[in-house]
Design a protein around this ligand. Structure first.
Ligand code: N01
Length: 541
């Protein structure tokens, strides 16, 4: 008979030790004084930045605002080396945060949470781990990340492939040496676009398998010097205020400009200026209706196609790379360094798998409807089961034993992306239905963690033991998210925002596209009205 697992009692179980989990632990333990513990599947902290070690992995929001803002001391002592730091530097930062706030003693690594079941009689969750532990906790806080459940496509024959294969989101810690190798890379999202130039520089030959052409904007990365840091540090409070008061968590004033205000020549000049600046300014700095007006979007999309045709020498390859089937920004826009120019190399081939799809993986490579490509290594840059995948891989059961998988069979349903009706005391940091992936993530994460921590503080002050989103509030929020999404161009693309990358996944627009300002206002109103839309109670009542 298996030994009976010892029950550990905690106030809060936090699942995941990335940006969200680390801050949640600091807040729950050091601010609220809760007995809180993080359970993390990886062997180290860092979340996304622990797992995604693929060549070229770097941040594509600028470093000085892609970081925590909750501690002025932290922001004054940390200096990023460049505008868009590489993965090891970001992982180093998160490790520094774990040490600086003495978080490690309450983080249990190499421990995957497998199930969580709500006990209605006591208002407690019973959480189980792969190691056979059982923990009871008043609160479960999911910090599992929006893009953490790797998607390896189910291509027939992969098990017979005689070379090596990797998914970018599960990259080996020791790295991969591509020297002298024929490499095939499947996927041209942000990850594939970052990895392509770096792998091409090392491999003997790189074949990129493209299903959907993507609009990528040059990053224009550069080192940040001492003078720039001195300036950023004196302005940090103002930068943070602007970031929090912005629609998407970027410290830039939103543009009020419409394309109609400019002549075609002026429109082109503006696009040139933003292209020269690079990065996300290209998305946020052009026209206010870029993501809601097809005519406006066409101007910007055609400008990017023109740039691709300018950079890529072979007109046929340029046409393959120029996206024509979705508006610019309707899929998450990648930021790159020399992506399009890489296709001018003699040792790089682009294969259109929309026209001739992959049929199978053979022992020697990849076979499409047009023929076989012999390869030594296959890299899957095929993304994630986004927003719901990581949570649904845990067997979560709420009131009356209902599973979250059952509840979300028609797509995720939440109230404010923070809670799910029927699942009391379960909080989802940047859950579906919140702005999350449409924003600069650390800003969205801090807002959620602070809201959750204020909510728990309120409950403790009132002696309450249960908070649960109400079905009608959830329904109204889901309708609101769909209504806002229906007025944008996001719904014109088969993106991971709607789950289109996962065969069989119900197509529902998952993040909240109304922006951080509207969203934050709504969250604050809910809290100050005594948590409207939630029912609060006590097991003893
Ligand atoms: O994943 P993706 P990603 N056969 O889903 C293709 C963040 N991120 O890892 O578009 C063939 O975007 C798929 O094709 P299609 C960022 O939010 C941030 O690149 O579905 N191809 C697509 O081309 C980003 O959006 C940073 O037709 C298949 C690609 O694989 C998110 O992570 C850096 C396929 C997947 O693109 C995910 O990016 C990198 C199949 N069966 C990523 N299945 C930062 O710097 C999928 N594809 C912060």
């Amino acid at each position: 008979m298996a030994p009976q697992a010892e029950l550990r009692a905690l106030d809060a179980v936090i699942i995941g030790a990335g940006f969200a989990g680390l801050y949640a632990l600091h807040r729950m333990r050091d601010v609220l004084g809760l007995d809180a513990r993080v359970y993390e599947a990886g062997d180290g902290v860092g979340g996304t930045w622990y797992w995604n070690r693929y060549p070229g992995a770097r941040c594509d929001s600028e470093s000085f605002y892609y970081c925590y803002s909750f501690s002025e001391e932290l922001e004054q002592e940390w200096e990023w080396t460049s505008k868009y730091p590489e993965q090891p530097e970001i992982l180093g930062y998160l490790n520094h945060v774990a040490d600086r706030f003495d978080l490690r003693r309450d983080i249990q690594l190499s421990t995957r949470v497998t199930s969580a079941e709500f006990d209605e009689s006591a208002d407690l969750w019973r959480v189980r781990t792969e190691r056979g532990e059982e923990i009871s906790a008043r609160y479960v806080i999911s910090a599992v990340g929006c893009l953490s459940a790797a998607n390896v496509p189910d291509v027939p024959g992969l098990d017979r492939f005689e070379g090596d294969w990797y998914h970018t989101g599960r990259w080996p810690h020791e790295g991969v040496d591509f020297t002298g190798k024929r490499v095939g890379l499947i996927g041209t999202g942000s990850t594939g676009i970052q990895a392509t130039p770096v792998i091409a520089a090392q491999a003997d030959h790189l074949t990129v398998f493209q299903r959907t052409a993507n609009y990528s904007i040059p990053a224009r990365n550069k080192p940040l010097d001492a003078e720039e840091w001195a300036e950023i540090k004196t302005r940090y409070r103002e930068i943070r205020e602007r970031t929090r008061a912005s629609r998407a968590g970027f410290p830039y004033a939103p543009t009020e400009r419409s394309a109609e205000d400019l002549t075609p020549a002026e429109q082109q000049a503006l696009c040139e200026e933003l292209w020269a600046e690079g990065g996300f300014r290209f998305l946020w700095g052009s026209f206010h209706d870029l993501l809601s007006n097809e005519q406006t979007n066409d101007i910007v999309a055609e400008f990017v196609r023109g740039k691709i045709r300018e950079v890529v020498h072979d007109p046929e390859v340029a046409e393959m790379l120029a996206p024509k089937d979705h508006p610019y920004g309707s899929k998450r826009p990648p930021i790159d360094t020399d992506y399009y120019a890489t296709f001018n190399r003699d040792d790089v081939t682009l294969v259109d798998i929309r026209r001739a799809p992959i049929v199978e993986i053979t022992p020697r490579g990849v076979r499409t409807e047009a023929g076989e490509h012999e390869l030594d290594v296959i890299v899957f840059a095929t993304g994630f089961d986004a927003m719901t995948g990581a949570l649904l891989r845990i067997d979560i059961r709420g009131r009356d034993g209902q599973s979250l998988t059952e509840k979300w069979h028609g797509g995720p349903r939440t109230y404010l992306g923070l809670q799910v009706a029927g699942f009391p005391n379960l909080f989802t940091i940047t859950g579906p239905g919140s702005p999350s992936v449409l924003t600069n993530m650390p800003v969205a994460i801090e807002q959620h963690v602070e809201w959750i921590s204020d909510c728990i503080e309120h409950m403790r002050a009132k002696g309450l033991t249960r908070i649960e989103a109400q079905p009608d509030a959830e329904e109204a929020w889901v309708d609101h998210v769909n209504d806002v999404a229906s007025k944008t161009l996001f719904i014109k693309a088969a993106s991971w925002y709607v789950g289109a990358n996962i065969p069989g996944k119900k197509r529902v627009f998952m993040p909240y596209p109304g922006g951080l300002i509207e969203y934050g206002k709504r969250c604050n109103e809910v809290a100050s009205s005594g948590y409207e839309g939630f029912e609060l109670g006590s097991a003893n009542a």
